[in-house]
Design a protein around this ligand. Sequence first.
Ligand code: GLP
Length: 250
Amino acid sequence: MRIYEAADYQGMSRRAANILSAHVILKPGCVLGLATGRTPVGAYRQLIEWYKKGDLSFSETRTVNLDEYRGLGPESPQSYRFFMQEHLFGHIDVRPENTYIPDGLAPDPDAECRRYNEVIRSLGGIDLQLLGIGRNGHIGFNEPGRAFELETHLATLSESTRAANARSFPAGADMPRQAFTMGIKSIMQARRILVAVSGADKAEIVRRAFTGPVVPGVPCSILQLHPDVTLVGDRAALAALRETGARICG
Ligand code: GLP
């Protein structure tokens, strides 16, 4: 595993964007696995800037997102489809038909999970999967305790995840209790994984993820078993990991 530390969120975002853009430049038709949450927003902003300068084109790139809330459609400002449109897709030349996100309004969840697995397979798998980490160690919406071998499935959100994500919903709004998510197995099949972390509230889970035991109670700990993981973080998020003596590049 490679670990890169930046001084702050902006530096971390720039480093993550560098790695994403390198993939797009070297293989324009690559399949990028994308994530939502606060963490990747700065990297997406940087990619948009490079696209606008003419340094980058996504015209052949395919994207598959990790997850989507059940019950929310593209018009809902809290849906991840809406988020991706707002923070990336709406500002670059990626073709809408090349962007894949689970359909939160799908009437038959099992069929939707099968469809999404088939989408990933038909694209030839994911070249680079971008991941954030939830404070309880979740990746996508794979909550602690779920089996590592799952592919796309309907997950029940833990109370801590619902509390953490409530900030994206208007006060008093009924937050979804379930979400479609790629499973750990789907994530682990990506050829490369880029984990982005920022802020002191992630420091402890980052330490446990990469130096603790690989256990379903800490879903992101499975990443220790992936052969090609790059972790980019700001100083605050990597502080506890650094204390363990982990080798960190500047
Ligand atoms: C959500 C997403 C995750 C994301 C996590 C962390 O639960 N499903 O994919 O990694 O939030 O979000 P943030 O980056 O805002 O800390």
